[in-house]
Design a protein around this ligand. Structure first.
Ligand SMILES: [Zn+2]
Length: 72
């Protein structure tokens, strides 16, 4: 998975933003952060229409960033 690294201070963000929350810089580079490391997870058994009947939601470390992702 890729993250956006601020070229000013090196902060990493899962989603691209207009400016860096740490230094307010506006320049980012997209870098490969590998696979996320799960911190916490939760199994959903009531899901929105069009999604699987159940799946796991995770909050994980992705480089210096945090990401929310799912696995069925
Ligand atoms: Zn920054």
């Amino acid at each position: 998975m890729n993250v956006f690294r601020c070229t000013g201070c090196g902060a990493e963000l899962f989603e691209r933003r207009a400016s860096c929350p740490s230094c307010f810089g506006e320049s980012f580079e997209e870098v490969d952060a590998g696979e996320p490391e799960a911190i916490v997870s939760s199994r959903l058994t009531v899901t929105p229409e069009g999604f699987a009947d159940s799946y796991d939601l995770f909050i994980g470390k992705l480089g210096k960033a945090r990401a929310i992702y799912r696995k069925e």
